[in-house]
Design a protein around this ligand. Structure first.
Ligand SMILES: C[S@@+](CC[C@H](N)C(=O)[O-])C[C@H]1O[C@@H](n2cnc3c(N)ncnc32)[C@H](O)[C@@H]1O
Length: 210
């Protein structure tokens, strides 16, 4: 449960205004929602954090299930949904085990910066869970840290905020190794983001279920 405690501690100890990913830009994601590429349908967000994207999708008419390992994050996300007057099914659960969803399948799955914080040994299981809860033509949006990041020394970095937990970088080859047996990449986008401490590059992928 080390992993769960790390995230819970951040949401408990760090003031909301100082949690860096809450202010990271998400321009391409919102464009894909607004131009109708991302379908208005059944939607699953994994690692929803404080729920801004889940609320946006629900406001557009999506029927959203949102999962986060931190109870405190889910508490914030619930109050945001209430303010926005949208209904979202929230679960404070580990997204590497989605058995609580039974056999539900979703038209769209969103992982906005969740995969890269999942322990390497659990990443393939996580990918399998996403495949299990989608069907042919479902879409999957993923944002993750990129191996294009300048001055990268290893395949991971240790974030000051997260503590000793490893945050992983991915290349497209890595993404295909994890998801390629069930998904094909249909669009991609590169986002070079100047974070407060280090410059980190993100890659974003829109994938379609085979
Ligand atoms: C970098 S934050 C991104 C939050 C949100 N997607 C956003 O864009 O603001 C990663 C989130 O994933 C959650 N998380 C990490 N590991 C998880 C897991 N195994 N299952 C569910 N949520 C997880 C964390 O609690 C955190 O809220």
């Amino acid at each position: 449960m080390v992993h769960k405690n790390v995230w819970e501690r951040i949401y408990k100890d760090v003031p909301l205004g100082r949690i860096p990913w809450r202010t990271a830009s998400a321009t391409w994601f919102y464009q894909l929602v607004d131009n109708g590429t991302i379908p208005v349908g059944t939607t699953l967000e994994l690692g929803c954090g404080t729920g801004e994207k889940a609320a946006y999708l629900a406001e557009k008419g999506c029927k959203v299930v949102a999962v986060d390992i931190s109870q405190t994050a889910v508490k914030h996300a619930r109050s945001l949904a209430k303010q926005a007057r949208v209904e979202i099914d929230f679960y404070a659960k580990d997204a590497t085990d989605l058995s609580f969803l039974k056999n539900r399948k979703f038209d769209f799955v969103l992982d906005f910066a969740n995969l890269h914080g999942i322990a390497r040994k659990k990443q393939q299981t996580y990918a399998g869970e996403i495949a299990k809860h989608t069907q042919t033509s479902s879409l999957f949006f993923l944002r993750c840290f990129s191996k294009r990041t300048p001055n990268r020394k290893k395949d991971y970095f240790i974030d000051q905020l997260v503590g000793s937990w490893k945050i992983w970088y991915f290349s497209e080859k890595d993404i295909l190794a994890l998801f390629g047996s069930d998904f094909k990449v249909v669009k991609r986008h590169k986002e070079d983001y100047k974070a407060p401490v280090v410059d980190i590059y993100f890659d974003e992928y829109l994938m379609e279920r085979l």
